[in-house]
Design a protein around this ligand. Structure first.
Ligand code: NAD
Length: 291
């Protein structure tokens, strides 16, 4: 009754758990290739901030699930910059640490750009080093991309959603998510547009998308008017709305009426990030042992 095919099919839910499962299978193979060696993640945290603690817990749990080890390096929030960097360089050089996760944001006395430059690029699992950024932007295999940006690509691949030749729009241009994700989509041969706060007509740009990835950090920024029929929508946003509820950057109820597929929040992209981290740890360990 007047419904076109996309509406009849409804909006597909793209679950992070499926992408995580696929990464786990791949990681099992990588672990076998290490002949009994079990890599160790070094988690570096300064202070006790709530969101860092919960990300750390998630990362530690994931390492355990993947049969990997993790060690915490904890510093007081007011650690001096020289003391921190002296210790951080030791962690970098520690041969029993195969990869490092430096939890951000750092307290103000620690210059973040110095930390990004100090981390050993071959242990930099979340792609903060300028060396890795350059590798990722150049489309080189060797670069570690930030785990969240890569989680979007992993989700598309887990659901066999073609990227090549498609019009992809990314909302957000931060280095850690939007900008890097645009580069990863470009590497997969999408035709990519990046939108940001100064974009003239956001709905018009988004409507051109066959793949729409949103990382703006604005609750329900993307509504029905931004989405064309059948669009694949990936919601990277993690926000708390006025009612204290966790929500993404996408108005799920409205967008579901038109989208062909959508990642939920929670349970979507956020559920894939630590699996990418585990995979990066295995890749780092393999490379370090080959050097
Ligand atoms: P950010 O604030 O650094 O960047 C936001 C970007 O969105 C900016 O480039 C800005 O130009 C753009 N933007 C903001 N408002 C906009 C608007 N009204 N119209 C168009 N563009 C707009 O944030 P970030 O670090 O990139 O994170 C983005 C979101 O992703 C946040 O909700 C964050 O919590 C989430 N996030 C999730 C994970 C994860 O899943 N593990 C990891 C990192 C970030």
């Amino acid at each position: 009754m007047g419904m076109d095919r996309d509406e009849e099919r409804g909006c597909r839910e793209l679950l992070g758990s499926l992408a995580a499962k696929r990464i786990k299978e791949e990681s099992k193979r990588l672990l076998q290739e290490l002949d009994g060696y079990v890599p160790t993640l070094g988690v570096v945290r300064l202070g006790e901030r709530g969101e860092q603690l919960s990300y750390e817990r998630g990362a530690m749990k994931r390492m355990e699930q993947f049969g990997l080890k993790a060690k915490q390096f904890l510093f007081p929030e007011d650690v001096s910059e020289p003391d921190f960097f002296e210790a951080f360089r030791k962690i970098n050089r520690n041969p029993s640490i195969d990869g490092i996760l430096l939890l951000k944001p750092l307290p103000p006395q620690i210059r973040a750009n110095l930390a990004d430059e100090a981390i050993d690029p071959d242990k930099d699992l979340d792609g903060i080093s300028p060396v890795n950024i350059s590798r990722v932007f150049a489309g080189e295999e060797r670069g570690f991309a930030p785990c969240t940006a890569e989680a979007v690509i992993e989700t598309l691949k887990a659901y066999h959603i073609p990227i090549e030749g498609r019009r992809a729009v990314v909302v957000g241009r931060s280095l850690v998510v939007g900008r890097t994700l645009a580069m990863l989509l470009l590497k997969e041969n999408a035709t990519v547009t990046i939108c940001h706060t100064q974009t003239g007509d956001l709905p018009a740009e988004c409507q051109k998308a066959e793949i729409l990835a949103v990382a703006a950090g604005r609750p329900r920024l993307i509504d029905e008017s931004c989405v064309s029929q059948g669009c694949v929508v990936l919601d990277v946003g993690i926000n708390v709305d006025q009612n204290g509820m966790l929500c993404g950057d996408v108005d799920e109820i409205g967008v579901r009426k038109k989208a062909g597929a959508l990642t939920p929040v929670p349970g979507g992209i956020g559920a894939v990030t630590t699996s990418v981290l585990a995979k990066h740890l295995l890749i780092a360990a393999k490379r370090l042992r080959e050097l």
